[in-house]
Design a protein around this ligand. Structure first.
Ligand SMILES: Cc1cc2nc3c(=O)[nH]c(=O)nc-3n(C[C@H](O)[C@H](O)[C@H](O)COP(=O)(O)OP(=O)(O)OC[C@H]3O[C@@H](n4cnc5c(N)ncnc54)[C@H](O)[C@@H]3O)c2cc1C
Length: 401
């Protein structure tokens, strides 16, 4: 079977590639001033986001006034693939562009759209997502950070954790409890909190990889006062909005996950002859088996992704979407582990990740062991694998809770 796109989609691809060739930031420019946190947008990234916005290439599926060109879902798929192949990010502030700006456009007031969403789209501001807390990760509805109305201000107290980019972001899309007496899913609201508001302390959490550039943070909020007008959407409706917010992230994430997997496989295949040569015949037979399994996983992930996408593009529902996150992120983990194991003791040399300008978690960077450590970012964030399996069991397979 040979899959190909319509001529109009191929014309879209040519237009994009021509524009990219003339306008993209160069790899040298990106590497010279890398983004060191997902809340950090170096000068080249700000200019680049703005250039994409102005040319209608930032979010092709949106209308021109929001940085798009009303492209369809298939064009958007091609767009994501071509950007990943070119190794150029749309933005370094992935949660800002992927979740927070679209949520403010969906639920915010016109003033919030002007002051918070549009600056993200124009590359003028970055944002972080304040959901998780020490006692509320998978079970987000247990969050306890409190926002209490005091005259025309919210007064916020509590703690967030794993807040990507909070160490550089301009504002936080903060989930707070506004009705402690309501059932836990019903008393949550979202408030926009500028990160320079007095009472906020950000404490970075260095990771095993790239500890000198932490992206995850603890955020402590002590009597933080923000205007009452910073409430996003309806009071106490934060849970429903959270599901809407994360849906923005889920739609197309499989594309970059599968492309990261394919890139890992290509790299492993290129290194395989040298690596296999050093093994005994029995070890070699086992290693070849594992590499073939990785190749099968990669092909299956691509086909599963396309199948689900085709159903969605025709307006249907696609259970494949629910499988893709767990399948692609775990396959990615396996390829890095297989490669590191074949390398044996040499894998232990952890030389530090080569930065190529940004922190996109789907891109294979660094040694195999570093990639393996880093792969847990994808199997935990945006819904840990165990939670995804629960969702598949209950909503796709219809198993009892
Ligand atoms: C790279 C990265 C970036 C992140 N960025 C952000 C961010 O920007 N903003 C933000 O708010 N959060 C962020 N997070 C946090 C992320 O959303 C949470 O880590 C995730 O929701 C899991 O919550 P937890 O860490 O509290 O683990 P827990 O919920 O405590 O889970 C611990 C373990 O128990 C399992 N488990 C929990 N409940 C169940 C269950 N019901 N059934 C079966 N198993 C279960 C989990 O799968 C996991 O293996 C990020 C996390 C990572 C790794």
């Amino acid at each position: 079977m040979r899959l190909r796109f319509d001529d109009s989609v191929e014309a879209f691809r040519v237009e994009l590639l021509t524009w990219l060739a003339d306008n993209r930031p160069s790899p040298e420019e990106m590497a010279a001033d890398p983004s060191v946190s997902t809340g950090h947008a170096p000068e080249w990234a700000r200019r680049w986001t703005r250039r994409m916005f102005d040319a209608g290439w930032l979010v092709p599926g949106w209308p021109p006034e929001l940085g798009g060109r009303n492209a369809g879902p298939i064009e958007t798929l091609v767009y994501i693939e071509e950007l990943a192949k070119a190794r150029v990010p749309r933005t370094t502030n992935v949660q800002g562009l992927g979740i927070i700006a679209p949520s403010i456009l969906d639920y915010g007031t016109p003033d919030q759209v002007r002051d918070y969403a549009m600056p993200i789209l124009r590359g003028e501001a970055t944002a972080c997502l304040g959901m998780s807390e020490p006692g509320a990760g998978s079970d987000l509805a247990s969050l306890t950070t409190r926002a209490v109305l005091d005259g025309d201000h919210w007064v916020i107290n509590g703690q967030k954790v794993w807040t990507s980019g909070a160490n550089y972001a301009d504002f936080c899309f903060l989930f707070c409890r506004t009705d402690p007496d309501a059932p836990k899913h019903k008393g949550i609201s979202i408030v926009l909190v500028p990160m320079d508001t007095p009472g906020i302390t950000v404490r970075p959490l260095p990771e095993i990889i790239r500890p000198e550039h932490p992206d995850l943070n603890e955020v402590f909020l002590s009597d933080v006062r923000v205007p009452a007008a910073n409430l996003v959407g309806e009071l106490n409706n934060g849970w429903a909005m959270a599901n809407g917010s994360l849906a923005h992230e889920r739609g197309m994430v499989w594309v970059s996950a599968v492309m990261g997997l394919e890139e890992s496989l290509d790299r492993l295949m290129a290194e395989a002859p040298g690596l296999l040569q050093r093994l005994t015949p029995t070890e070699r037979a086992l290693a070849v088996d594992q590499i073939v399994q990785v190749a099968i996983d990669t092909q299956a992930a691509r086909c599963l992704g396309y199948r689900g996408f085709a159903k969605l593009a025709r307006g249907g529902t696609a259970p494949e979407q629910a499988l893709m996150k767990v399948y692609a992120s775990e396959a990615r983990q396996r390829v890095a582990l297989v490669a590191a194991e074949i390398q044996g003791a040499d894998a232990v040399e952890v030389g530090g990740v080569e930065m190529d300008g940004h922190l996109a978690v789907d891109e294979p960077q660094g040694t195999w062991l570093e990639q393996y450590f880093h792969s847990f970012a994808n199997t935990i964030s945006a819904g840990a694998s165990e939670i995804q399996r629960n969702i598949i069991a209950e909503r796709v397979l219809g198993l009892p809770r």
